[in-house]
Design a binder for this molecule. Sequence first.
Ligand SMILES: *Cc1c(COP(=O)(O)O)cnc(C)c1O
Length: 357
Amino acid sequence: MTSTRAPLPVRDDLVELEGYHSPQVAADVRLNTNESPYPPPDAWREAFLEELATVPFHRYPDRRAWALRKALAELHGFRPEQVFVANGSNEVLQALCLAYGGPGRRVAVFEPTYALHSHIARLTGTGVAEGERRADFTLDLGDVARIAGEAEPAVTFLCSPNNPTGTVDAAGVLAEVLHLAPGLVVVDEAYGQFAPRSALSDVNDGANLVVTRTFSKTWSMAALRLGYCVAPDDVVVALERVALPYHVDVASQIAGRLAVQYRGEMEARVRTLVSERERMTSALRDLSVDTWTSGANFVLIRPRDRDGTEVWKGLLAHSVLVRDCSSWPRLSGCLRVTVGTPNENDAFLAALREVLA
Ligand SMILES: *Cc1c(COP(=O)(O)O)cnc(C)c1O
């Protein structure tokens, strides 16, 4: 016998909100989710598995994740009290919204930017004030000032390099935003190591500044969910208050602590990807596509006389999968291409030449 039941209504404010999905389609060359094309070093894998074998799995992990926080603090020249770790940097963003957002409060975002900033804010019942970037996708300080005055955001999200445009905020922009924003300023640096500058050195107990980072991209560890932020001590305490007990499991804690011992290998992967990004960008200049300067491991392109989705389909017919942003607001006709291995990038460029021919 089958019993039928009517689904119960979810929270009213969720009805309008679609879940976040990154469409996955089978393809040989996968340049759609900005992961690293390279696995972490073999030595890391061996050390990780070896330590995992000694874990008392019947016990909860270290709730404070202290050894991991110490390792991250050392990596960046901070104290462990200034580091909050979580299940991917998306959980850091969620904790920030839970602690500083919520009903009656607002976050500010400057579109087009990472969709999860506004999405996570809404999931936590926080209002979203949408500012606009300039046509070249750089931050418009006039609009930052407008939003700061109109919405008095509790949290202002920046993203540098910005996903999906690759834009790196100019030197001096952050100081201006910190001056204008009434609440916390969060710089999402998921792609920070690919960029020429970082906001990390501006974090201190006297500034309302938080910088988030992830192990998903430069550290080649997307399968393990690990992200963190560096922030003033009181912000870290607030984030600990809203995090679930033992939210970072023992495997992620070990993985992250060991990963930073292979910083040199990470930086070598980053150098390879940056030089491939530059090679791709210059090859794209000879094709009939608009491109934007990127400080990340991806490039945004807009085919000039062709429909974006048609080009996306054409690439997929060559088994090359990129991200179709062409129907996203303010990104009409655009595709985002992750930088892969040299062979993958060659496959993409060859496919694109044929599709555009
Ligand atoms: C990929 C990405 C993240 C990473 O999220 P994780 O939860 O750490 O995997 C965060 N911010 C931006 C802008 C990203 O592109």
